[in-house]
Design a protein around this ligand. Structure first.
Ligand code: 13P
Ligand code: SF4
Length: 329
């Protein structure tokens, strides 16, 4: 039996659901029982009644499942941490609050919203302050809901997502530490970003438009605001797939998001909106061998300790509040 067949056999024998984000390597993605964007994965994994969740993605995704259902045993074949999520911890969160306070804006005037690409500890702090989580597919709605409080939004950690949704809601945004006025802004953004999505530029868009008449450009909202402004469509990974699948066969499109996902859409006249291969190093870390080792360790009753996702009860409590507020909206 080859590795893939061994994995399929173990999946049948065990009380396990394998979850895979669109950015996973093809061979891993194909084996997943549940696939989707961050919001869909969080929702679907929550509904799974398997004892074990084997999550092929990045750390914050596995953590979110554990937070929502502490009784599940969540394992990640590779505990790979999203580079953007690593840009913020509770310490940086507090430091930013201090800077905002020094500008004369008190904590009572702020509602924090965290992009799901953040640690459970950051989500917990946001939950404690009355805030909530959002993903790239529901940020518009969540920010709208947040604004009903009459407060300024403190959006962490992705400045691009914060700026892009501020624009689409006709709101003013600023970024802590970049010299823009925090007082004038409706949305104050933390200065984090995704290094993969920073690869796409307006020059790339111009290049494709010059080369192919009538080509469409679709990008993820983690791209720079200038790139999103110049694009024809901006959406989460699921929204991008849906948009591309519904295009006529002959329509050319250049897509600004991670390589594995775009490559799977190749038959639809699809181009990658960059001359640099936009791979997410952490998403790419999980291999077929890692998935096999994790499943085999469950079967042998000898689970690999470092693959187990644990979240302390006090962090879990407030992170769950922030996630549940999102699910309610
Ligand atoms: P989605 O929620 O759109 O799947 O995005 C997750 C992500 O990490 C994009 O870089
Ligand atoms: Fe994180 Fe960017 Fe990778 Fe998405 S693509 S998981 S935001 S580093």
């Amino acid at each position: 039996m080859n590795l893939k067949e061994e994995i399929l056999k173990l999946k049948q024998e065990l009380d396990v659901t394998v979850v895979g984000h669109f950015y996973q390597r093809d061979e891993v993605f194909e084996l997943a029982d549940i696939t989707g964007d961050s919001l869909e994965l969080a929702k679907k994994a929550k509904l799974s009644d398997s004892k074990y969740i084997v999550f092929c993605g990045v750390g914050f995704m596995g953590e979110s499942v554990k937070v929502m259902d502490p009784d599940k045993i969540v394992l990640m074949p590779k505990v790979a941490c999203c580079a953007m999520a690593r840009m913020i911890d509770e310490g940086y969160f507090e430091e930013n609050l201090k800077i905002i306070n020094e500008a004369g804006i008190s904590n009572d005037d702020i509602l924090p919203i965290t992009y799901i690409n953040s640690s459970a500890a950051v989500k917990a702090r946001v939950g404690e302050m009355g805030g909530m989580v959002c993903t790239s597919s529901n940020a518009y709605k969540i920010i709208q809901k947040g604004l009903e409080s009459g407060k300024k939004i403190f959006f962490v950690p992705d400045r691009c997502l914060g700026q892009n949704f501020a624009k689409s809601l006709n709101l003013k945004s600023s970024v802590v530490g970049d010299g823009t006025s925090l007082n004038d802004a409706d949305i104050i953004c933390y200065n984090g970003f995704c290094s993969v999505h920073q690869l796409f530029t307006v020059e790339d868009i111009e290049f494709y438009r010059e080369k192919y008449e009538n080509i469409l450009i679709a990008v993820h909202p983690e791209c720079d605001p200038a790139v999103c402004d110049a694009a024809d469509f901006v959406g989460s990974t699921s929204q991008l797939i849906e948009y591309i699948k519904n295009l006529p066969e002959e329509q050319k499109i250049a897509v600004g998001t991670e390589y594995n996902m775009v490559n799977r859409l190749r038959e639809k006249n699809t181009y990658i909106l960059s001359s640099t291969k936009p791979e997410c190093p952490t998403m790419n870390e999980t291999t077929l061998q890692d998935v096999y080792n994790t499943l085999k360790s469950i079967k042998d009753g000898n689970i690999i300790e470092e693959c187990v996702i644990n979240v302390s009860p006090d962090v879990s409590k407030w992170a769950r509040v922030a996630l549940e507020r999102m699910f309610k909206v």
